[in-house]
Design a protein around this ligand. Structure first.
Ligand SMILES: [Zn+2]
Length: 322
C-alpha cells in the first residue's frame, strides 16, 4: 500500500461513523449484488467487480465536497408524523407543494434521489457508456443500501435523543464487521425486475422506519441489563483512544435483533442487483459484453482522483464524526 493510499484508508476509518452502512458493508453489498445478475450483465459487472465494490462508498466521500449530498442518504420520516406517514406525499412535486423543498432537503431525500439515479442509470445503459454505467451503479448501490438502514429513517439517527449515542455505527459497522464474513450467508438467488422503483423503495424505507424503534429499544434494554464494565472496550489508534462496543456486547445485541442486520444486508443486495437489472431491461437490454474489456480513459481516472482529493481537502472534523 502506498503512503497516499494509506492516508486515504486512515481517513476512511476516521470518518466512517454516522455515514450509512459502514464502508465494509457497503462494499460487501455491491460486491455480492454482482452475482445476482443474469450472465449478459454479469459479464460487465464481474469484470469490474473491484471498481463496483470500491466505489460503493463514493457518495459518502462526496458528503464533504457536494453541498446537497448529505440529504440524499436518509429520510427522517418521524418528522412527518406517525407511521405510515400518510401525511407525506410519496411523489416529489406533491411533497414539495405540501412541505416546501427546504423542508424536504432538511429531513432527507433518499427515496426520491434513488429514482433520479435509476433514470440516470437507464440512460447510461441506452448510451452504452461504460464509465457512467459503472459509476452510477456503484452510487445507486450506496443509496439503496442506506435506505435499508433503520436509523436512516428516523430523527433519532444516532440515538442522540435517547442517550444511545454511537448506536448508528454499532448497528451498521460494528455488527457486520464482526459477523458478516464468519456467519452470514449472501447466497440470494437472482435479481428481479422492479415494476415500480418508487413504490419498491418506499416500502423498504417504511420497513426501515418500523424497525428503528426495535433497534433503539432493544439496545436500551440490553444496556440496562449488561454489566457496564463489559459493554465497551478501548482501542488505541495512534495517539487517540477510541471507545468500541465489546465483542460480547455486539454478539448479544445482534442475537436480540434476531438476524435483522443480516436480513437488511441481504435485502440491500437483492434490491441493488434488481435496480441495476431493471435499468438495463428498461434501456432495451443493450449488449454490454463488448464493454467489459474497455479500460477507463486517463481523463476518467483523473476525475476519480479529483474526487478523492476534493474529499480529503474538505475534510473538516465535526461533532457528528467524533
Ligand atoms: Zn451513505
Amino acid at each position: 500500500m502506498t503512503r497516499r493510499l494509506l492516508i486515504i484508508f486512515l481517513l476512511f476509518i476516521i470518518t466512517k461513523q454516522g455515514l450509512g452502512w459502514g464502508f465494509f458493508a457497503h462494499k460487501k453489498i455491491n460486491y455480492h449484488a454482482v452475482f445476482l445478475l443474469p450472465p449478459e450483465l454479469m459479464v460487465l459487472y464481474k469484470s469490474q467487480i473491484d471498481f463496483i465494490s470500491e466505489h460503493s462508498v463514493d457518495p459518502d466521500k462526496r458528503r464533504y465536497a457536494v453541498p446537497n449530498e448529505g440529504q440524499r442518504h436518509y429520510i427522517d420520516l418521524d418528522y412527518y408524523g406517525q407511521f405510515p406517514f400518510k401525511e407525506l406525499p410519496r411523489k416529489w412535486n406533491a411533497a414539495v407543494s405540501k412541505f416546501s423543498e427546504d423542508t424536504l432537503f432538511q429531513y432527507g431525500t433518499v427515496p426520491w434521489w434513488i429514482q433520479i439515479m435509476q433514470t440516470k442509470l437507464t440512460e447510461a445503459f441506452k448510451e452504452k457508456n461504460k464509465m457512467k454505467i459503472l459509476k452510477l451503479s456503484a452510487d445507486i448501490g450506496h443509496y439503496i443500501s442506506d435506505a435499508h438502514v433503520p436509523l436512516h429513517a428516523t430523527l433519532n439517527h444516532d440515538g442522540q435523543l435517547t442517550d444511545q449515542k454511537g448506536i448508528h455505527a454499532f448497528w451498521e459497522s460494528r455488527i457486520p464487521e464482526l459477523l458478516a464474513e464468519k456467519e452470514w450467508n449472501f447466497f440470494i438467488g437472482k435479481a428481479a425486475y422492479v415494476k415500480n422503483p418508487g413504490n419498491f423503495m418506499w416500502k423498504r424505507i417504511l420497513e426501515s422506519s418500523a424497525a428503528s424503534d426495535t433497534v433503539l429499544q432493544v439496545e436500551k434494554k440490553l444496556s440496562q441489563e449488561f454489566p457496564t464494565d463489559q459493554k465497551y472496550t478501548f482501542e488505541k489508534k495512534g495517539n487517540s483512544t477510541s471507545r468500541q462496543y465489546t465483542t460480547e456486547y455486539t454478539i448479544a445485541y445482534n442475537k436480540l435483533l434476531n438476524g435483522m442486520v443480516e436480513r437488511r444486508m441481504r435485502q440491500s443486495i437483492f434490491a441493488v442487483a434488481s435496480f441495476w437489472y431493471t435499468a438495463w431491461v428498461n434501456a432495451g437490454q443493450p449488449d454490454v459484453s463488448k464493454l467489459s474489456d474497455k479500460e477507463f480513459t486517463a481523463e476518467e481516472v483523473k476525475e476519480f482522483e479529483k474526487l478523492i482529493v476534493t474529499w480529503q481537502r474538505s475534510m473538516v472534523p465535526d461533532k457528528e464524526q467524533q
